[in-house]
Design a protein around this ligand. Structure first.
Ligand code: NAP
Length: 502
């Protein structure tokens, strides 16, 4: 089983000891980052393995490899030998591992390590991307059979991430740690077991004096509680969400909590991806079973589908994919998720006689427009890119205009209900308001599909004018419940909701 390592980046050994104590139950070992210690503490590192209960990796990371050590190789070698020197016959008091970079060729360090049972991690870090022949590079580092090879690379794209999984597959028989840093990389940290990694590194979050260990590291709670790392095995079913940049999503929190409650051997992972094509390749490599699809891929996903649900065919947007005998099948759960909540919000059974403004013409707007049409409402569609408003409106004989002064004037004729479907106002741009030119009368029912922040600027203005408002949270939950039905072929057990907090 891949183990969980906590990267210790405190300024003193005592602080590192304190931090480790806090996470003792969640981690299996720790990496003492000597480069982060105050200079006078660095010479005391030999004591550290005795101060803690878990095995420790000794690392003095140079700046160019993502650390903070700048005092030169001579000083670094002295620190490493101090850590390994005077090792006692009682191996529990020695460092369990020492991280030696690929170019650090100091036989005395290796001899000292081997003499007292300290395993060598032979590492390389690449912050520029992922080379074509990553597996070859890793193999070239195997000097001695007892070393663990570590490759930590910074993917610049989903294509790079795919290369890392392919390399890991080629290296199935090599004892290694292979991982992607940065935003694209968290899935490799969660799926360390699948990659055949000896361990996965984590960092501490929420401690102002403790810097992060490396870009993209998760904290132990996220890994253990949210992503259920301890129960991931080669049999674990993999689900996820693809989007870009995918900075805001509650889907992993929802589905992983459901898996825990239902005792389903599965994990749900975010896959930020700059390319849908390479995400689909990755899906095959890792055996992804089903996924949610979000901004900006709800329309781009259509050519990848071998089978489409009626809703996807009608709406021409898909937010849910899962495998069927013919290949990928697509469904759209935004549509019913939206209309269930809207009807409940306005306390009506349909939209007969209702004049509705839909702001936006992207993937979510497609589902909204289709439902407004199905429920017999009349709508105006406003969008920044006018031809998209025109094309969407034409399908249902709705009115359309640009998201500008002229378009906003038209809202006064479609103001029973206003539905905001753009990403404007979503975290982190919480001060943005796509309808800043519109003055609410107080009679409009206003729904914003965004749920982070809870109250967008637009909703806040509407509420101040006296309008009833609803954010996108209930719709998110409802569409996720419908996704569950698509994923598992059974109704969502609604009684679970009282035990799920996201
Ligand atoms: P999408 O397909 O990428 O569409 C984005 C929409 O936002 C387009 O209409 C786009 O206009 C508009 N837009 C983006 N940046 C803009 C800007 N700076 N100024 C004006 N308009 C801008 O995304 P989507 O999948 O439809 O998602 C849109 C929003 O709905 C997101 O916030 C998402 O979180 C939310 N959503 C919520 C739920 C839920 O369950 N609550 C479900 C689905 C979606 P252009 O055509 O001009 O680019």
């Amino acid at each position: 089983m891949a183990r969980i390592c906590l990267c210790l980046t405190g300024r003193t050994l005592a602080r590192d000891q304190e931090i480790l104590k806090k996470y003792e139950k969640q981690v299996d070992l720790a990496e003492l980052r000597v480069d982060c210690l105050d200079p006078d503490e660095r010479f005391l590192v030999r004591r550290f393995p005795e101060m803690v209960k878990v095995p420790v990796i000794l690392t003095v990371r140079r700046k160019r490899d993502g650390g903070s050590f700048v005092d030169g190789e001579g000083a670094r070698i002295i620190l490493l030998s101090k850590g390994l020197a005077f090792a006692e016959a009682d191996r529990r008091h020695n460092f369990a591992y020492v991280d030696l970079e690929e170019d650090l060729d100091v036989p005395s360090l290796e001899e000292a390590a081997r003499a007292f049972g300290t395993r060598i991690i032979r590492s390389f870090h690449d912050f520029q991307g992922v080379e074509q022949n990553l597996a070859g590079r890793v193999r070239s580092l195997i000097h001695a059979g007892d070393e663990i090879i570590k490759a930590a690379v910074m993917p610049q794209s989903m294509a790079d991430v795919v290369r890392v999984y392919e390399a890991a597959r080629d290296l199935w028989n090599v004892e290694k740690i292979i991982l992607c840093m940065g935003d694209y990389g968290s899935n490799t940290r969660i799926l360390a077991e699948l990659l055949g990694s000896h361990l996965t590194y984590t960092t501490v979050k929420g401690e102002p004096d403790i810097p992060p260990g490396a870009p993209g590291q998760l904290c132990p709670q996220e890994l253990v509680d949210l992503y259920r790392f301890r129960s991931i095995t080669p049999k674990t079913r993999i689900f996820g969400i693809v989007g870009f940049p995918l900075k805001v999503t509650s889907s992993p929190a929802f589905f992983n909590a459901v898996f825990t409650q239902r005792n389903i051997d599965a994990v749900y992972i975010p896959f930020p991806s700059d390319s849908l094509e390479f995400f689909m390749k990755l899906a095959d490599i890792i055996g992804l079973e089903s996924a949610s699809v979000t901004i900006p891929y709800k329309e781009e996903i259509l050519p990848y589908l071998k089978v489409r649900s009626e809703k996807v065919d009608f709406i021409k947007a898909c937010n849910t994919i899962f495998r069927c005998p013919e290949g990928w099948k697509g469904a759209n759960t935004d549509a019913l998720g939206f209309s269930d909540v809207l009807l409940e919000f306005i306390n009506k059974k349909n939209l007969k006689g209702q004049r509705v403004t839909i702001v936006g013409a992207g993937g979510a707007a497609r589902a909204v427009a289709a439902e407004v049409y199905r429920l017999k409402g009349k709508a105006l569609i406003l969008n920044r890119t006018m031809f998209r408003a025109r094309d969407l409106a034409a399908r249902y004989r709705f009115a359309w205009a640009g998201l500008d002064e002229r378009g906003v004037e038209l809202i006064y004729n479609y103001s029973d209900i206003i539905i905001q479907t753009t990403s404007v106002g979503m975290e982190p741009d919480i001060n943005a308001d796509p309808l800043e030119l519109y003055e609410f009368s107080g009679r409009e029912a206003v729904m914003d599909l965004i749920y982070k922040p809870e109250i967008t600027r637009l909703l806040s203005r509407a509420a101040q004018a006296g309008c009833p408002i609803r954010n996108g949270y209930d719709m998110f939950i409802r569409q996720a419940q419908y996704q569950y039905t698509q994923f598992f072929g059974e109704d969502f057990p609604v009684q679970l909701m009282s035990r799920i907090s996201i």
